[in-house]
Design a binder for this molecule. Structure first.
Ligand code: UDP
Ligand code: MG
Length: 314
């Protein structure tokens, strides 16, 4: 059995079309399947549509959160509820073409635990593509795992890989990194970038920036290391400078000018300290969140129990 996991946040315009296309594709495969929609606190008619879909098709279930918890929480909920031997995570905005599913399954049959669909960046705004490119160049210098450009959450995972993911219960989830961290045999397939058919992207520039920082600090402590190295270098240079000035003053007597150097160095080091204090704060913040052990999401309503009760009634 294959489980399709589809997080949705205000996707009323595309949901019915998504359901139709996925159903069509899945019926062509020789697998039994389930579609699990996760309503991530949508404010439009998404939940009503999901209720209807789930009522009309026993293969469709939904989980509805009490508010918007973000796509990471939605994917996690989907993985938690999924029962399939393989799980496919896909966006509901049809940017992840369902036609790719049979190909993904064929690689699963060949024994791959992760089949990753990578998109190119055709048709994307030049700015976003450019920033992404630079980001991936930089981040791979830092983190302990490899993150690839254009690789998103659209992928097939074997049950074994899903269980591995579920065993990671950190609060700050950065799935792109987690997928790579768990390892297993991977295969990559490529697809043309599709622009959204309806609705708008939920990623503002600020959200993307925050996501980028998450990626950087979720996976290593190298930024902290750099802070230590820089601190040591700066202190060493400072000692040399003081010694040099001390000897010079002893030999030549004091000369007063030097106002500029003082201001310059104070402000420079003040700046550097602020940057790294911020970084350290970032890690402490993470420890704070992790130590609370809050759930990643809260389910307000779901169709699984309703359906099993109906089955018992019959
Ligand atoms: N999504 C979600 N919660 C959020 C934001 C997005 O579940 O807080 C879902 C959204 O409905 C879509 C997928 O995640 O199915 C990707 O979102 P979007 O299309 O906005 O991102 P983009 O394709 O621009 O990266
Ligand atoms: Mg999208």
């Amino acid at each position: 059995m294959i489980s399709i996991i589809a997080p949705c946040f205000n996707e009323e315009e595309v949901l019915p079309q998504f359901y139709d296309e996925v159903t069509k594709v899945m019926n062509r495969t020789r697998y039994d399947y389930e579609i699990i929609f996760i309503n991530d606190g949508s404010r439009d008619r998404t939940l009503e549509i999901l209720r209807d879909l789930s009522k009309g098709d026993k293969k469709v279930n939904y989980i509805s959160f009490s508010r918007n918890f973000g796509k990471e929480g939605a994917m996690l909920a989907g993985l938690n509820f999924s029962k399939g031997d393989a799980v496919i995570i896909m966006d509901t905005d049809l940017q992840h073409p369902p036609e790719l599913i049979p190909e993904m399954i064929s690689y699963f049959e060949k024994g791959y635990d992760q089949v990753i669909a990578k998109r190119n960046r055709k048709g994307e705004s030049f700015f976003r593509a450019f920033v992404s490119k630079i980001y991936y160049k930089c981040i791979n210098q830092f983190v302990d795992i490899t993150l690839a450009d254009g690789v998103g959450d659209f992928r097939l995972l074997s049950r074994q890989a899903v269980n591995a993911l579920l065993s990671l219960n950190e609060y700050n989830r950065f799935s792109k990194g987690l997928f790579s961290w768990i390892g297993f045999k991977e295969h990559m397939i490529e697809f043309e970038n599709v622009n959204r058919t309806a609705g708008i992207s939920k990623w503002s520039f600020l959200k993307l920036l925050n996501y980028a920082i998450d990626g950087l600090v979720s996976f290593n402590n190298k930024p902290l290391r750099i802070a230590i190295y820089m601190g040591l270098t700066v202190t060493l240079l400072d000692i040399l400078y003081v010694l040099f000035m001390f000897i010079k003053t002893l030999l030549n007597g004091p000369d007063v000018p030097g106002y500029f150097t003082i201001i310059a160095s104070v402000s420079l080091f003040g700046g550097i300290q602020l940057i790294f204090l911020g970084l350290i704060g970032e890690y402490i913040g993470r420890i704070y969140y992790e130590s609370k052990k809050r759930p990643h999401y809260i389910v307000e309503e779901e169709s699984f129990t309703q359906k099993s009760e109906e089955r018992q009634d019959k």
